[in-house]
Write a protein that binds this ligand. Sequence first.
Ligand code: SF4
Ligand code: SF4
Length: 435
Amino acid sequence: MIKRSFFGLVKPKLQYEIIDEAPAEPISISASKQILLLIDQFPDSAGNDLFKTGDEVRRGQKIAMADDAPAYLLSSQSGQISKISEFVGMLGKKYMAVTIDVKPDAKRDVKSDAVRAVDESFKKACQAPSLDNAAKYLAGLPGKPDFSVFSDPEKPVKAIVVCGVDNDLLTTTNQYVVKNNIIAIKTGIDLICKISGISHAIMVVPQHLEQVAGSSGAIVKTVDSEYPSAHPELIVQHILASDDGKSMSESGIAFFSAEAVSAIGAAYNTGIPPLEKIVTVITKDGNKRLVSAPIGTPLQDILSEFNETLNEGDRVVFGGPMTGTSVFSTDYPVLPDTDTIIIQDKSQITERDDIACINCGECVRVCPANIQINQLIRFLEAGQYEEAADQWDLFSCIECGFCSYVCESRIPIFQHIKLAKHTLESMKAAEEINA
Ligand code: SF4
Ligand code: SF4
């Protein structure tokens, strides 16, 4: 997959994965005992006042901290809440963790009333499609559609872009959805255009899916196969030819993954939000398979399906090899935006040395944002985050992870960048709350 230049003067090339001509159906995985829903907490979140341990919930029911809370998930199974706690994730991000015991007969007796119980709130709301009911009920769908982009009057949305490309290497989730669900994607695009009043829809796909994407009714654009050309910021710059230097958030473009748009189409068609996430799973032997699992399914159920066991020193990464994050518990669940899970044996893991930068310039050569990373990293390692932002373009980083991949000293540059951004953003949020 990687082609390195002999002289080291040309960028190394990483190619995105191309889905098979006739991909196998995803393996269907059920949550065996429980699902775990991780719901974003915001710095000023009030405590949970909607749910308590022992409450019964139905499939499709909205689970949030409060009625008007902006963050929520939909329960992918009917069952009973057995635990509500705080969960601290990557970079100290806090979640409300809701454990739901799945009805014991969920796998065996699909006809039982308890299992069939589906929350009807969206079915009623979807009779009159609107941005308001989409934001209220569908933000927890697979692919994590973000409807908040339509609510900023200072940044009006001018175009809707549907990404049928996968953001990281080895992943084929969105390609699979384009290949197999193009009718639902078309329905989803028509709906988003209708409720937002925006008629300009573009679908971005790899070249080999150009023809099938033509049935979506959207304008089709293609990206090349070289990482990180499918990154939304680079799509804005190169594919949509935004030559005014505006970033994704400033350019008036609402991005949705193909999976999210397909799920929106299916939800409005049937009145029942689909809550099965398609995930590319890579096992220790390097085999890749697509699975379909209810949102909230714990990692353990996926490991069991593939007969994988974790030993001391093995690693599980949620996300692709360039931008993913290690998780440390087999309870960690499939989230609405979990596209990839990589299970690695200890012997496959390259140790990070964290030795000093040798100024080789490899990171600078590959950086799509043209950041002087060899300078930036010195400030990040010293914890001088404000200087890194003011003098060395910290916030121009689009978080592709390429610099960490090529670093000769194996410095975890990408992780330093994420920590610095998170620290500065948290400080700013705290200042705004105090003000
Ligand atoms: S992660 Fe950021 S700094 Fe590193 S190569 Fe990508 S854009 Fe450049
Ligand atoms: S940070 Fe790593 S890749 Fe970049 S110049 Fe230093 S040693 Fe080379």
